[in-house]
Design a binder for this molecule. Structure first.
Ligand SMILES: Nc1ncnc2c1ncn2[C@@H]1O[C@H](COP(=O)(O)OP(=O)(O)OP(=O)(O)O)[C@@H](O)[C@H]1O
Length: 616
């Protein structure tokens, strides 16, 4: 199959920072959950609609009490009805909306965004999985998805507020149009004023979010590099960076809070002014006898709907923009924003289904080939060009070259961990469409230069979910030359490593990664420069054991004589291109670069024509 092309540039990521968000991402997200969203709005409309009815009942109560009653019921019966309506409201509010529908809806939106964003990251070539700092990504996964989830329920509740306010206005207009207008005019003024404040508020929110990400990044770097900071005596520099980043965040946070407060005060003040107008105008109408005590009670009761709706309307723009901004930041985690808002099953109330058991073991490797592999790091001319590989099953191929000659890049492009610009990978003669998902266990495994271990026991780190037997784990430990280290630990394979456990040496980490590879019994084993962390003797023992293991096909980056001697073929790279391929004897005869590299590695004495080196 063809190696993947360079990934599509992300139109979102390319958008200049600080620009207002134009295309809505929230609307498609919410429309995917339309039934639940509409159901939530409907519940709120019902709930607040009951309050409208309560207002009408109050009107009847007061008209009955003041002797202008039209209800045909006693005041006490009406009061009992009001109390029943209130009780029903509280039951629906707490029993249905707050305890069930809202939490489920908000967490489902958050979980779907997180699952989709994580899936999009994991689908990228591994070497480019996350093109931002861990702290920044965590902030997007946490705060930004939270913002979107909260907006979904807040907006449903407040859209219902607006609908009910319209209903209240219609009822009030039917009673007295002039008094009602006393409320409406300040509302219009407020909406216009809120529009004027929206733009600067949006800019402060945007800048505030960026500043918060920067703070998270600095904290993340500091926490991840405590040792490097201490060794380099860089504490003050980091504290200064944190102080600067926090100062920027504080500046924008204060501006945002200030502007939001001004906006809220404006709404509240305007609403209070509207209340005053109602009272003044109602007094005049009451003198004329057109406006009853019950009408006044209804107006005073309904004022809350108008003021709440006015406040909600004003906040709506700000919160909508904030949530859109958060959606954009979550979408930036993926190459394709539609992947982030795709419908995804979330399992908030039940366990997810277990993954399907792996199918039959694929046909064993006979031949792995690569033709014309080419890749460049973005914005540079560095990388690899037109590299061919030919790896028959059961052979050892060593890629060697000077520092920076492209050895690691070649392995990563071959395995699909970095995207290729050009080139083809063939497994048993058949093209591989996506090496990143094909060259994995049980076909291929990889020990990178800097292995990644996780907090947990050594056994968990070796297995990483594989279901190998204890005997298979023990064999993997032996192949990886780890048995003496394990024997020296009280809890053996069950020793916890990581931040809360044992600190391992670089060599131990590398050998645990090698055991992780060995336990998977893959056809192809790929190693990126074990010499980085292993001493000569240990590396020699590891190669001996792996090569004694029948049938392994090995591709290794190395400059060590121990493995160069054992190689069936050596590929020599210079500046990202192959300059020679052959056995050690052939290359020492014909290739000046190989002679230079051989002379440079004097860690293992001996000559090129020696057979197996004796050791142990
Ligand atoms: N992420 C990156 N961005 C830009 N350039 C890079 C990146 N990674 C590597 N390079 C450059 O690409 C070239 C090949 O790097 P690569 O790591 O493949 O070399 P190498 O032969 O494996 O080196 P080493 O022996 O140090 O492991 C080098 O010039 C390196 O500086």
């Amino acid at each position: 199959m063809r190696a993947p092309r360079t990934r599509r540039s992300d139109p979102l990521a390319a958008a200049p920072q600080g620009r207002p968000v134009r295309r809505s991402r929230l609307v498609p997200l919410l429309s995917r959950s339309a039934p639940t969203y509409l159901c939530l709005i409907g519940l709120w409309v019902l709930l607040r609609g009951a309050l409208l009815a309560t207002g009408l009942l109050l009107q009847l109560v007061f008209d009955t009490l003041s002797g202008t009653g039209r209800a045909g019921m006693s005041a006490w019966s009406l009061i009992a009805l009001v109390a029943a309506a209130e009780a029903a409201k509280v039951a629906v509010w707490y029993g249905v909306i707050l305890s069930r529908v809202e939490p489920h809806f908000t967490y489902r939106i958050r979980a779907a965004l997180q699952v989709n964003a994580l899936g999009a990251i994991l689908r990228r070539p591994a070497g480019r999985a996350l093109d931002r700092t861990g702290g920044d990504a965590v902030s997007r996964f946490g705060e930004d998805t939270d913002e979107v989830g909260v907006f979904a329920i807040w907006s449903a509740s407040n859209l219902a507020r607006l609908i009910i306010a319209v209903g209240a206005l219609i009822i009030m207009l039917g009673i007295d149009a002039v008094v009602t207008l006393g409320l409406v005019v300040p509302v219009v003024v407020m909406v216009l004023a809120s529009r004027a404040l929206a733009r600067p508020l949006r800019e402060y929110q945007h800048a505030g979010r960026r500043a918060a990400s920067e703070v998270s990044s600095v904290v993340g770097e500091a926490v991840g590099g405590v040792q490097a900071i201490k060794v380099g005596r860089a504490e003050e520099r980091f504290v200064a960076r944190l102080r600067d980043a926090n100062a920027v965040r504080l500046r924008f946070a204060i501006r945002e809070v200030l502007l939001t407060t001004v906006q809220t005060s404006l709404f509240n003040g305007t609403a209070a002014l509207g209340t005053g107008f109602v009272l003044l105008l109602a007094a005049a109408s009451m003198r004329g006898g057109d406006f009853t005590v019950g009408d006044l009670a209804l107006f005073v009761f309904y004022i809350q709907f108008i003021t709440e709706a006015v406040t909600a309307l004003g906040m709506f723009f700000a919160r909508y923009q904030k949530a859109e901004l958060s959606m954009r930041r979550v979408a930036e985690l993926a190459d394709d924003e539609s992947a982030v808002i795709a419908r995804t099953e979330t399992y908030l109330r039940s366990e997810p289904p277990r993954p399907a058991p792996p199918g039959d073991r694929p046909a064993p490797l006979r031949l792995l080939q690569a033709h014309g592999l080419t890749a460049r790091y973005p914005g540079t001319s560095r990388g690899i060009r037109d590299i061919d590989l030919h790896l028959p099953a059961g052979t050892v191929t060593v890629v060697t070259g000077r520092i920076g000659s492209g050895k690691s890049t070649l392995l990563q492009v071959l395995l699909g961990l970095l995207p290729a610009e050009r080139g083809t990978v063939l497994w048993n003669g058949a093209p591989v469409d996506d090496p990143g998902t094909f060259l994995i266990p049980p076909r291929s495994s990889f020990v990178p230069q800097v292995p990644r271990l996780f907090s947990g026991t050594i056994r968990e780190n070796i297995l990483l979910g594989a279901s190998s037997s204890p005997a298979e784990v023990a064999e993997a430990v032996r192949l990886a030359v780890l048995e003496d280290d394990i024997a020296g630990l009280d809890k053996g394979l069950d020793t916890v490593i990581g931040p809360r456990g044992l600190r391992l040496s670089g060599g131990q980490m590398q050998r645990i990664a090698a055991a992780r590879m060995a336990v998977r019994r893959t056809d192809l084993m790929v190693f990126d420069d074990l010499s980085n962390a292993l001493d000569v003797t240990t590396e020699l023992r590891l190669w001996d054991r792996l090569l004694d293991d029948d049938g392994a096909t090995i591709l290794a980056v190395s400059h060590r004589r121990s493995i160069l001697r054992r190689a069936d073929q050596i590929v020599v790279l210079v500046e990202g291109e192959t300059v020679a391929v052959g056995t050690l004897e052939e290359l020492l005869e014909d290739c000046a670069e190989m002679r230079h590299l051989w002379a440079a590695d004097e860690s293992v004495p001996g000559d090129a024509h020696a057979g197996r080196v004796e050791h142990d």
